[in-house]
Design a protein around this ligand. Structure first.
Ligand SMILES: Cc1cc2nc3c(=O)[nH]c(=O)nc-3n(C[C@H](O)[C@H](O)[C@H](O)COP(=O)(O)O)c2cc1C
Length: 394
């Protein structure tokens, strides 16, 4: 029998699914409901000192849809609006009622030693299992020199991590920003400064577009907008890349996230080195109830693969990720056209011609491939509307 139970830095997780710091973790009553439904833990919506001014804009979200499905999300929301006392009382309540669930306090403060240490010392006295330092909110907070303004500077990230570590009585995770040139360098810097673990990724800074009728932004606040944080399926490739890159270079546990919408996404995050995963946007769109499918799907996958625990899956895909120069350049796939499926629309030939290689031709209603010209790029199989081309080794 496989198990989803796992342990990270001495913290026991009944399953690896945590709610990420965001609206689904912004109220004690809601977190309680999520725990009752089976979530393994929650990272609280980022807690800040009570006197840090935070005035929200309306609306604060915009989305990108494919057919009727939300595949991308953009937000310009700030941090928790509840007091530190609300969260201290709430964490005590949650841990008393659900001692087996993991509660992580996400925190952010102005870049002053006393501010960060004061917040940490207050939360030290709660039963929270760990801290998550939010160095990565890309909107609003950087204008106050915090959020992503911290996480894009190795020097400031390192300084604040050591301030926190000086006083923290619980493990400290640093939540990294993908909006940097080299996330590995920031990860290594905070590792040196004493971080016990990492969380990646926060939202990818983006701009959800323009209404071409009015030329006003889609996320329209009285005619204006500001750059926001993108999340959901559209950022998963960035998240997977960041986690894999970090894991190849840094020996710290990772809470992976970014675009997890089903158990398969979660399994991939674990296969590139995450210990546990966090979910936000999918919960905001479909509710806490998705936890059932996440847990059942992942457990069933482990069992089908003969794996006993998440440790059998963790990082297993990493050895297959290498440098371009190390890839086998003698390996070459060629298109095989299934004539029973091909309707001779000629799209593959047209695209092949318009994208450099000119290897495919439509002759007598049949696709002919010039082996000399074909570089095996696979674009023809991608654009075929009939799924009639398969790339195979010849
Ligand atoms: C509306 C919204 C609010 C968020 N607020 C916070 C926050 O307060 N603190 C934080 O660390 N991350 C925050 N995040 C980022 C998420 O925790 C997460 O890192 C990101 O959304 C990527 O995961 P996802 O694709 O599953 O949403 C927020 C995300 C969204 C969409």
């Amino acid at each position: 029998m496989a198990t989803l139970r796992t342990s990270v830095l001495g913290i026991e997780f009944e399953n690896p699914f945590l709610l990420a710091s965001a609206p689904p973790t912004a109220l004690i009553e809601s977190i309680e409901k999520a725990f009752a439904l089976g979530w393994g833990g929650a990272v609280i919506k980022t807690i800040t000192p009570d006197d840090l001014e935070m005035i929200e804009a309306s609306p604060r979200y915009a989305v990108m849809r494919e057919k009727n499905k939300v595949i991308g999300f953009q937000n310009i929301e700030l941090l928790s609006h509840h007091t530190v006392k609300y969260w201290c009382d709430g964490i005590r309540y949650l841990k008393e009622k659900y001692p087996e669930k993991v509660v992580i306090a996400s925190i952010m403060a102005p870049t002053e030693k006393t501010e960060w240490q004061k917040l940490v010392k207050i939360l030290n006295d709660t039963p929270a299992d760990a801290f998550e330092l939010n160095f990565s909110c890309p909107h609003g907070m950087p204008e106050k020199n915090i959020g992503m303004a911290i996480g894009t500077s190795g020097e400031i990230s390192s300084m604040i991590t050591s301030w926190v570590k000086e006083v923290a009585k619980k493990p400290v995770f640093v939540k990294l920003s993908p909006n940097v040139t080299d996330i590995v360098q920031i990860a290594q810097t905070v590792e040196k400064a004493g971080a016990d673990g990492l969380a990646a990724i926060n939202t990818v800074q983006g701009f959800m577009g323009i209404d071409l009728e009015t030329l006003e932004p889609n996320l329209n606040i009285d005619g204006y907008t500001t750059f926001g944080g993108c999340s959901g399926e559209i950022i998963r490739p960035v998240g997977l890349r960041c986690v894999a890159q970090i894991k190849q270079a840094v020996n710290l546990p990772i809470m992976g996230m970014g675009g997890i919408s089903n158990w398969q996404d979660a399994a991939q995050y674990i296969a590139v080195g995450s210990d546990v995963v966090q979910v936000c946007t999918e919960v905001m769109i479909n509710g806490y109830g998705i936890i059932d499918g996440l847990k059942k799907g992942l457990l069933n996958y482990l069992e089908t693969k003969g794996m006993e625990s998440l440790l059998d899956l963790k990082g297993k895909a990493l050895e297959k990720i290498t440098l371009h120069k190390s890839l086998n350049k003698n390996y070459s796939l060629k298109p095989v056209v299934y004539n029973d499926k091909c309707v001779a629309c000629g799209k593959c030939a047209k695209i092949c011609e318009e994208s450099e290689h000119c290897a495919l031709k439509l002759v007598d209603k049949k696709i002919k491939s010039d082996e000399e010209k074909c570089v095996g790029c696979s674009l023809c199989s991608i654009v075929c509307p009939q799924n009639a081309i398969s790339m195979q080794q010849k």
